[in-house]
Design a protein around this ligand. Structure first.
Ligand SMILES: [Fe+2]
Length: 338
């Protein structure tokens, strides 16, 4: 059975002010706000809920360092939901929530739910075209510049788990996710929620501290321009880089991670590999986190130092101004303006 994607992710919070600023600056749309709950949405309608600690129905924390509470996977039909619920109820508690989603814990103590997709699928906007030798697809059009990222969807979620092999067995055998790649020796496993999907939608990493925790939540944007431009804009608002920008050799995606005040990190990424039933999973033996990356974001230019391109442009402007000034007396005596 294939899943449609992540329907929502739920965090707790002691106070809502900081998460309100953080996720607004991140580029999400705020679609509702009460004293106890904020709800944001990505471009395709995937939701992010931030609920005040102690709110009724809020799942427990999985680690003291994180306010992550629950993620919700969407299936296409009521029949899929019921079949999954019956299967899981064989060995664990499955609770139907007021909105109809079925909530349970995985074998690592992480709370997740399954729901029938309620939102109407929206087509993504046209992607940026790129010009390559022999292929000029962006014609008479300037490439995009981003002063603000606008994440389109939550593309993947990543957890530390105490036992990767056990977690992989649960997600593949019980929930039906697909294997994309693996780090050998129980170090990590990349899974996807549909036969044909992005390289990974759920990534499970061996926990260095022996307990489960959220590692990061990843938001897909349109292009490398949006990763870099959106990341620079987000950093300029005072939010701290965790690592990046950079590029993953596994999945091929460009990335930039920021520290999430609610625990773990959030990631802008773009251009993930899309794989199918013909994909052959790899067994990686050494860490392949990045092809390259910056550790602490893109450093701003030093104060008062013009960038070379800017100083060159200013020199050209100054030369033109001098030429115009030199020509001005003769122009003034050159006759009537037409
Ligand atoms: Fe990621």
């Amino acid at each position: 059975m294939d899943y449609v994607g992540i329907d929502r992710v739920i965090f707790g919070a002691v106070a809502l002010d900081q998460p309100r600023r953080f996720f607004s600056d991140w580029g999400l749309r705020r679609i509702s706000a009460t004293r106890s709950r904020l709800t944001f949405a990505t471009g395709n309608g995937t939701a992010l809920d931030i609920c005040r600690d102690g709110m009724r129905g809020l799942a427990p924390r999985i680690a003291p360092s994180s306010q992550f509470r629950e993620f919700v996977l969407a299936v296409k039909s009521r029949r899929d939901l019921e079949r999954l619920g019956a299967e899981l109820a064989r060995d664990r508690s499955v609770d139907e929530q007021p909105d109809g989603r079925l909530r349970f814990q995985d074998d690592s103590g992480i709370t997740l739910s399954v729901t029938v997709l309620a939102r109407v699928p929206i087509a993504a906007p046209d992607a940026q075209s790129y010009n390559q030798p022999g292929s000029r697809r962006r014609v008479d059009t300037i490439a995009s510049v981003h002063e603000q990222a606008r994440p389109w969807q939550i593309g993947h979620i990543v957890f530390f788990v105490p036992d990767v092999d056990q977690a992989e067995a649960f997600y593949r055998k019980r929930l039906g996710l697909w294997l994309s790649d693996r780090y050998v020796g129980g170090a990590g496993v990349f899974l996807r929620w549909a036969r044909r999907s992005e390289h990974h939608n759920v990534f499970l990493l061996k926990s260095p501290h022996g307990h489960s925790d959220l590692h990061h939540l990843a938001f897909e944007v349109q292009s490398p321009h949006e990763v870099f431009g959106g990341g620079r804009a987000f950093a300029a608002k005072g939010w701290a880089t965790a690592v990046g920008p950079g590029r993953h050799p596994i999945s091929s995606a460009y990335f930039w991670y920021f520290k999430n005040p609610l625990g773990g990190a959030v990631e802008y990424f773009c251009d993930p590999d899309f794989v199918t039933e013909h994909w052959k999973p790899h067994q990686y033996r050494v860490n392949r986190f990045s092809e390259w990356h910056l550790a602490e974001g893109i450093p701003p230019p030093p104060a008062n130092a013009a960038r070379p391109s800017l100083s060159a442009a200013r020199a050209i402007d100054a030369a033109r101004a001098a030429t115009r000034a030199a020509a001005a007396p003769s122009a003034a005596t050159g006759g009537t303006r037409s």
